[in-house]
Write a protein that binds this ligand. Structure first.
Ligand SMILES: Cc1ncc(COP(=O)(O)O)c(C=O)c1O
Length: 425
């Protein structure tokens, strides 16, 4: 096995994208599930904000690992353990490059974004947040970036502050800034809203917080597969992402943390691999990033994520962003022509999400009926109940885009929505 995780499908992708041309039809061929029929119709997959489909390169990397390299990492002296460790650490290196972190010490593998945020809340939070202190979030956060802070604040006697959003779903930056006080110990902000599509001006937010010495965590769960992310250019202190939205497997996520902070933070989970030495009296901690990786990691998941990142890098996130921008504009115009449809989330800076409601029709009915045409969208509160409350709706229907979607997908969606309306007429 020359380089675990790098398999023929990636090599093919390399040739496909060598010319720098974005060819959506060619990309679609790399995703086997897109050939599926659903209820006799071609699958129109528009639930990417929930999870993306996986290219053959990722599927091959997972199989290849289990077929030819499966062993536990970091503690074996035998050949397979060395191969598995090398592949696992190679994946960490790919993640580092993908986010432009300074060092692999700053890349902690987690289960998902949710775990990354909980890690920071429990480790940084318990270390830095005291009674009467404040944590600042925004009104557009996913529950994953609300509840861990509620738990922390409740435990520490601290206050959770929430910066408002306007009627388009954009963050009210001046109000955000006004909520930064000498008691604010951390600001935790989404890069892109999963319910609205709003993209936040992270570099600006970080600059305003840092001017007051306040560290910033960025929830990159949505942004990381739609646009290039450079944690050094953004200047943030923590950035979390989740593998299954990055065209990778479930069960693997990433926490980027500034080395100087991670070095000072206490461990999150205790167990094997995160220690340097253990006696019944006292344990000492392993070097970064292993201090935060207790127990056997998701080795296959990390290797699969590495393959996904290779794949994304070959396509080029800049090309993906341009393609999805075209689709978002096209989809917004198509859905805008449907009488009785109201878009929720119309911020000037938004990406890849079409969240909407239809007069007199519950979103669950929309989702169920369009499914009859093979159209997969998400309906509900999208784990963002405060966003639903802000817009006075119980739920929305949400179509969300990925690199393999086409204008034809959006036309199919628009036809299916009109059929929903016909059913209720
Ligand atoms: C903005 C945002 N944050 C956090 C999450 C949580 O991701 P995960 O469930 O993979 O931890 C999601 C998932 O939908 C999300 O969209």
């Amino acid at each position: 096995m020359s380089e675990p995780g790098v398999v023929p499908a990636v090599a093919r992708a390399l040739r496909t994208f060598a010319a720098g041309r974005f060819d959506v039809e060619r990309i679609r061929q790399d995703f086997p599930i897109l050939r599926r029929q659903i209820r006799g119709c071609a699958l129109t997959y528009l639930d990417n904000a929930a999870t993306t489909q996986k290219p053959q390169a990722v599927l091959d990397a997972l199989t290849n690992y289990y077929v030819s390299a499966n062993a536990n990492v970091h503690r074996g002296v035998h050949h397979l353990s060395e191969v598995a460790t090398e592949a696992h650490e190679a994946a960490r290196g790919k993640v580092r490059r993908f986010f432009n972190a300074s060092s692999v010490k700053e890349i902690v593998f987690t289960r998902n974004s949710t775990e990354g945020i909980n890690l920071v809340a429990q480790s940084f939070g318990r270390w830095r947040v005291q009674k009467g202190d404040e944590v600042l979030i925004t009104a557009m956060e996913h529950h994953s970036n609300i509840v861990p802070w509620q738990l922390l604040c409740e435990e520490r006697g601290a206050h959770l502050k929430v910066a408002p959003i306007d009627d388009s779903g954009a963050l009210m930056l001046d109000e955000f800034e006004a909520l930064l006080t000498p008691r604010t110990k951390l600001a935790s902000v989404t890069h892109m809203s999963n319910a609205l599509g709003t993209v936040n001006p992270i570099a600006d937010i970080v600059a305003r917080a840092h001017a007051r010495g306040i560290p910033v965590l960025v929830d990159g769960s949505q942004a990381a597969y739609h646009m290039p992310v450079d944690v050094r250019a953004l200047g943030c202190d923590f950035y979390v992402a989740t593998g299954h939205k990055l065209y990778g497997p479930t069960g693997i996520g990433v926490l980027y943390g500034r080395e100087s902070l991670l070095a000072e933070m206490p461990p999150f989970l205790g167990g094997g691999d995160m220690i340097r030495s253990v006696t019944f009296e006292k344990s000492t901690w392993n070097d970064l990033p292993y201090k935060f990786e207790a127990g056997t990691p998701d080795i296959a998941g990390a290797i699969g994520l590495g393959a996904a990142i290779d794949y994304i890098a070959q396509v080029g996130l800049q090309h993906v962003a341009e393609h999805e921008r075209d689709l978002l504009d096209y989809g917004t115009a198509l859905l805008g022509d449907i009488p009785g449809l109201r878009m929720i989330g119309t911020a000037k800076h938004k990406a890849s999400i079409l969240s909407f409601v239809l007069d007199g029709i519950h979103p669950h009915d929309i989702g169920t009926i369009v499914d009859q045409d093979g159209v997969a969208i998400r309906t509900g509160h999208h784990c963002a109940q405060p966003v639903m409350d802000r817009f006075c709706v119980p739920a929305t229907a949400r179509a969300s885009l990925a690199m393999y979607n086409t204008r034809a997908d959006l036309e199919t969606l628009a036809r299916a929505i009109r059929r929903v309306q016909a059913v209720f007429r």
